[in-house]
Design a protein. Structure first.
Lengths: 396, 376
């Protein structure tokens, strides 16, 4: 009798253990795949690749438990690669480029048991698939802090009488004129303006995420147009190295460029994707659902600025940044505070943004309330695409 | 002084002479040796550059296996291999008539890209508004017309004013790329220039397989082009113009007409490849939709000596290398640039082997023996 009872008990225990396993995935069985648009030569993709490896190492995964495919264009090849990962028993596949989204959604529809995650995308909250997820970070806060560093530098140059023109002028090289880039340079500009009130900015678009020659030439033309400081939101080393050659201060993105530009690099803002990857690993092991739309913040460790380059930055910069960061964290500073900027001379009192993506790009959601523009609150990917005063766009 | 001594004094250590002819067997054995050497050198490169191989030298076997795994380990990979081979072959076939005519069409990339762009333009404006079948036909016509236009412009300039077609067709590639950028700005008001996948205009899926139709189309095209080039009057005219324009004129061939006609065909077939990309897989357009295949196609055509049947093999070889290298990058955790190095090494050996097929290498000792034989 005792024997039978023990047997039943053992059976029950092993069944519960099995049930727990069925929900989550044992850590040693976990397999993660990463799809990137370019390879490590692109600062953007390198940032993902490094964070991905870092997160896997932090969570104790071995090198055999993850794989990376690079140079995957924004076409059917992305779907093929995602489905190949699924075929090979990977539990999660992550793609890093905006144009990968539709192809990831297709793969997600075909493989409901595999999780597909996508950075910078906009469609997860409207597609409503259990296994397709978007993620981004409130990088506008990081850009704002980088802007403070730029503003301090411009103040220093102004006091030393080293400005090229009458007002401090920032030159900015952006990839494409859409929300992700506009939100980025506007927050950067507002950060600079918070310490250097008369600053102005000129923006040039390159129409490419990675075009070293165009980025370099844009930087040189902005320097010729008397810009005192350059920053960029495009992924090659074209702009930072042009600044180093010309001795013009540069604020970088995606990661530090101090080794290539020791005299001119001030600071860089970056999304640290490791917290999101670690979150994914935790959820997969625990068998918990992954957020449909995940927004990393300063608090999650997703929004970072690199170490400030003391050699190039103005005195007192670190203190100014610490003050601004504390303000962002306790909510006393809002990056898109409508009291700090105007649009065509008037305050921005309301704004309908295109939050729910549709082919016609219809504005659908009111995003201004309580005196500020609620960026990245309705969905993770940016939707701030307002042209504010003080920023001149040189081409479209 | 004897003849022998004189021969010795003049003879360099190594000298080359053009072969009068070579047996098929010998030519193939040179090619096979070259491929084997290439594979060997790749192994050495892998050992020097890939950490996972360095740490576990026994993984070198796995390294070679991965090349095959990239195309044959699952049915998805195999079908992808067939489809990508077909598209690459289609572009190479398109270039072949021009190359046979010694018209160096380096504009395959642009001619294919305008094909993609035009097909997607039709889809963008008419998709969902007209029946799918008609949409697909209009997309095809637009792609063929755009490709033909991109091909014929440099041909007219060459035929009328003798401009350099290599540079002209190359420049047309850039115009095509920027034309795509231009339309993406117009079509995507959000400014991201990412059109996304369109809902309509997808080639029919036969027997639950999305690739089969593309493969069949290109197989038929290969046969048709082979017949066109080998057995028709047009094909003959192309060969004559290629061999000697003067001969062509002498026998009454209007070489201008042949150049223009052939480039319309060449561009049109590139347009067809663009259509296969637009309607057969991507259903979108980016500046990178053709992804350099217009240039790879040139290599495929040369390696296949402009023979459509041989090009079947060379395009498959290139695709095998591509997918194998991709798999190595994935499985061994190496940067994708290294995989380009590996492909480069193998192609270097294959192209190099043609040198040894065309030329004979003589060493000094060899010459001495030959001279002795001559004296006797």
């Amino acid at each position: 009798m005792k024997k039978i009872a023990a047997l039943v008990l053992a059976l029950c225990l092993s069944l519960t253990a099995f049930a727990a396993l069925a929900d989550g995935i044992a850590k040693e069985d976990l397999k993660l795949g990463l799809i990137t648009l370019h390879s490590e030569q692109s600062t953007y993709d390198k940032n993902f690749i490094d964070s991905f490896k870092e997160a896997c190492a932090n969570k104790g995964l071995t090198e055999d438990q993850y794989a990376i495919v690079s140079d995957i264009p924004e076409g059917d090849e992305c779907r093929q690669q995602a489905e190949e990962f699924a075929d090979e028993g990977y539990n999660m596949v992550f793609a890093d480029s905006f144009g990968h989204e539709d192809y990831m959604i297709e793969a997600a529809q075909k493989y409901p048991e595999v999780q597909f995650c996508h950075a910078t995308g906009t469609k997860a909250h409207t597609e409503k698939l259990d296994n397709f997820h978007n993620a981004f970070a409130s990088i506008y806060e990081g850009r704002y802090l980088a802007g403070v560093v730029a503003g301090m530098k411009l103040n220093e140059m102004k006091e030393a009488g080293k400005l090229n023109g009458e007002v401090p002028m920032i030159g900015y090289i952006g990839a494409f004129p859409y929300a992700e880039v506009k939100s980025g340079y506007t927050s950067f500009y507002l950060g600079a303006k918070s310490v250097c009130p008369d600053v102005q900015m000129k923006v040039v678009f390159t129409s490419s995420w990675y075009d070293e020659i165009a980025e370099r030439n844009s930087a040189l033309s902005l320097i010729d147009a008397k810009c005192d400081l350059i920053s960029q939101h495009a992924d090659s080393m074209g702009a930072p190295t042009a600044c180093q050659e010309k001795g013009v201060p540069n604020v970088s993105y995606n990661g530090s460029t101090v080794t290539a530009c020791p005299d001119t690099f001030l600071v860089a803002s970056r999304i640290n994707w490791a917290p999101y990857f670690e979150y994914l690993i935790d959820q997969l092991i625990a068998g918990e659902a992954i957020a449909t739309d995940w927004t990393g913040t300063i608090a999650t460790g997703s929004v970072e600025i690199t170490e400030i380059n003391e050699k190039a930055a103005a005195a007192g910069t670190a203190d100014a940044v610490a003050k601004a960061k504390a303000g962002l964290e306790d909510g006393s500073i809002k990056v898109f505070d409508t009291a700090t900027f105007t649009v065509k001379g008037a305050a921005l009192e309301n704004y309908m943004a295109d939050v729910d993506s549709d082919p016609a790009f219809t504005p659908d959601t009111e995003v201004v309330s309580d005196g500020y523009f609620h960026e990245s609150e309705m969905r993770s990917a940016p939707y701030f695409d307002v042209d504010i005063d003080g920023i001149e766009i040189l081409n479209n | 002084m004897s003849n022998l001594a004189r021969a010795e004094g003049r003879e360099p250590l190594i000298h080359l002479s053009k072969r009068a002819g070579i047996s098929r067997g010998k030519a193939w054995s040179i090619r096979i040796i070259a491929v084997l050497l290439g594979i060997l050198v790749c192994g050495i490169a892998a050992f020097l550059l890939i950490e996972k191989v360095q740490n576990n030298p026994e993984k070198i076997g796995e390294f070679y296996g991965t090349f095959i795994k990239g195309s044959f380990s699952t049915s998805r990979k195999f079908w992808k291999f067939l489809k990508n081979t077909a598209v690459l072959l289609c572009i190479s076939l398109a270039l072949t008539p021009a190359f046979r005519m010694r018209f160096w069409n380096t504009g395959g990339e642009g001619q294919t890209l305008v094909g993609v762009l035009s097909a997607i333009a039709v889809n963008f404006y008419l998709g969902g508004k007209i029946p799918e079948g008609i949409l697909l036909i209009l997309m095809l016509l637009a792609a063929l017309a755009a490709g033909a236009l991109w091909g014929v412009i440099p041909a007219i300039f060459r035929a009328k004013w003798g401009t350099n077609e290599t540079l002209f067709t190359l420049m047309m590639n850039y115009i095509a790329t920027y034309l795509v950028s231009y339309f993406l700005v117009i079509w995507v008001p959000s400014g991201s220039s990412t059109l996304g996948k369109l809902k309509n205009g997808r080639l029919p899926i036969i027997a639950d397989n999305e690739n089969i139709l593309i493969v069949l189309i290109v197989v038929a095209l290969t046969a048709a082009l082979y017949i066109y080039l080998q057995y028709t009057k047009h094909g003959y005219e192309i060969s004559v113009v290629g061999e000697s324009v003067r001969t062509a004129r002498y026998i009454g061939i209007n070489e201008r007409k042949v150049i223009i006609r052939t480039m319309i065909l060449s561009g049109m077939l590139c347009g067809l490849a663009g259509y296969l990309i637009a309607a057969g897989s991507d259903q979108t357009v980016t500046t990178n939709s053709v992804g350099g295949q217009g240039f790879t196609g040139i290599m495929v055509a040369w390696l296949g000596k402009f023979n459509p049947l041989a090009m079947l093999l060379t395009s498959a070889l290139i695709q095998l290398l591509n997918q194998g290298a991709m798999q190595i990058s994935k499985d061994f955790g190496v940067n994708s640039s290294l995989t380009s190095v590996i492909i480069g090494i193998i192609l270097f050996f294959i192209i190099g082997s043609e040198f040894f097929i065309n030329y004979e290498v003589h060493f000094r000792g060899h010459a001495k023996k030959a001279a002795r034989r001559a004296i006797k």
